[in-house]
Design a protein around this ligand. Structure first.
Ligand code: UD1
Length: 434
């Protein structure tokens, strides 16, 4: 009942602080799940719709019904756009967008609000915003976004906690990112598509979501080349127009479900995915003893005996993604031996370790390293999700634990997973939202 879902999400799903997941652990999963569109593609692509210079609609398919989508929808509406969401399809019309200012409460609700900077500068030549919010997984500065934009002629100043930026004349240039930041690469791509002349972004992020954004921008008439490599070349065009576009499947949701199967010793297959996007994840899971069969658009976990991995280091794509570090940590709590995880992307992304320890895990965190000593079993307890992927890790641990696990803070989980409990119930998990 999709329309019902929409009302629930928009009004209260996950925003109710009392909501929690109750999991009765120890059940095996069985069957197959299909995976919806990627949150991290959808958010910049929704923002990029503002670049449409025509009168007609942008239509986006395979859009997940998640909280972050509803926040981005509210932001676009606050700028003057008409946005309609039904049956996982978004129709966006931006012909009346004329506001360059985003309300503080919307900006601080989600870090991805910063994605509006590039598109609004390209469309209206100015923007006024406060600093973005988001999951608390580290400091998350936006200096690389600023440096790149300034190189394109944007003047940025700060006034009473607000960022004021203006760019009467965006111009193409050559930019070298000090770090292949996903968000900075995307913001700069979006600013460059309507800039005068050619922009080259060196040391760009190579994530599949960057390729998705390139494909979307090109479907609108942009000239972007090189996504998926470390050099992007963007030739500015005069205007962009309507398009229909289908978002790629969410590789992080897919990875979470693979790990849910592995931690419960289950057999589960995933459909509608691009399995090559999970190469590093599948390789690490196989190293941890999980048997996985792959085709181009499906992955099946067969089972296997979990064993520790000597090293797991999160890095930008195509290496192991930081967004699956927490779920992978949950998996390794039940692996035989001692595993070491190094989190090299975000400096404070181990808050789930303490919560996993409440479930009888044995994890020691030292700076950017976590040492996980495998235990024979996890035991149900009351735990709290402190960010999106930490929440997913707790669900996984709860599914495998003996007894009942109660998870609070589930609004974080709703930010990135479309009714995760319904998917898991479909394949036999005993999880309920109360
Ligand atoms: C995106 C993803 C997020 C993922 C992350 C890394 C979206 C909506 N979110 O976040 O799920 O965990 O990529 O794969 O796509 N940095 C700076 N200065 C900047 C920008 C980033 O120092 O201007 C640092 C960050 O603090 C962090 C690292 O670079 O330590 C990676 O950040 P970045 O790639 O920008 O991640 P996000 O785009 O925020």
């Amino acid at each position: 009942m999709k329309s019902g879902l929409l009302e629930e999400t928009a009004v209260n799903r996950g925003e109710d602080k009392m909501e929690r997941f109750i999991i009765e652990g120890g059940t095996k999963l069985e069957g197959s799940l299909s995976v919806k569109g990627a949150k991290n593609s959808m958010l910049p692509i929704m923002a990029a719709s503002v670049l449409n210079c025509g009168q007609e609609d942008i239509v986006l398919h395979n859009i997940p019904d998640i909280l972050d989508m509803h926040v981005m929808m509210k932001i676009l509406q606050s700028l003057g756009a008409k946005v309609n969401f039904k049956d996982n399809t978004l129709v966006i019309n931006v012909k009346d967008v004329d506001s360059y200012s985003i309300a503080d409460e919307l900006m601080t609700e989600m870090r991805s609000s910063i994605f509006l900077m590039g598109p609004l500068l390209a469309r209206l030549g100015k923007i006024r915003v406060t600093y973005p919010g988001g999951c608390s997984i580290g400091e998350r500065p936006i200096d690389l976004h600023f440096k790149g934009l300034e190189a394109m002629g944007v003047k940025i100043r700060e006034e009473k906690g607000h960022i004021l930026a203006s760019a009467p004349d965006l111009r193409g240039t050559e930019i070298h990112l000090d770090y292949p930041s996903v968000g900075a690469t995307e913001n700069l791509m979006m600013a460059a598509v309507l800039a005068k002349g050619k922009t080259v972004i060196n040391n760009a992020a190579r994530e599949p979501e960057i390729v998705d954004l390139q494909n979307f921008l090109n479907a609108m008439g942009a000239q972007v080349r090189g996504a998926g490599t470390e050099t992007l070349r963007i030739m500015g065009v005069k205007e962009l127009g309507k398009c229909k576009y289908r978002i790629i499947p969410d590789r992080i949701v897919a990875g979470t479900y693979l790990m849910a199967a592995a931690i419960t010793g289950s057999r589960l297959s995933l459909k509608d995915i691009i399995s090559s996007h999970l190469d590093a994840v599948v390789a690490k899971m196989r190293e941890a003893g999980v048997l996985i069969e792959a085709t181009e658009d499906s992955l099946e976990v067969i089972n296997g005996e979990l064993k520790a991995v000597e090293t797991l280091r999160t890095l930008p794509y195509p290496s192991f993604p930081t967004d699956l570090q927490a779920p992978m940590m949950a998996l390794l709590t039940l692996a035989k031996g001692t595993s070491i995880i190094t989190e090299s992307v975000f400096e404070a992304r181990f808050k789930h370790a303490a919560e996993l320890n409440r479930l009888n895990a044995k994890i020691l965190v030292e700076g950017r390293n976590a040492v996980i000593e495998g235990v024979n079993k996890l035991k149900g307890a009351d735990v709290e999700a402190t960010d999106l992927r930490a929440g997913a890790a707790l669900i996984l641990a709860g599914l495998a634990a003996e007894g009942t696990t109660v998870i609070t803070g589930i609004k974080y989980i709703d930010r990135g997973y479309e009714y995760i409990e319904k998917d898991l119930q479909k394949v036999g998990a005993r999880i309920t939202r109360i």
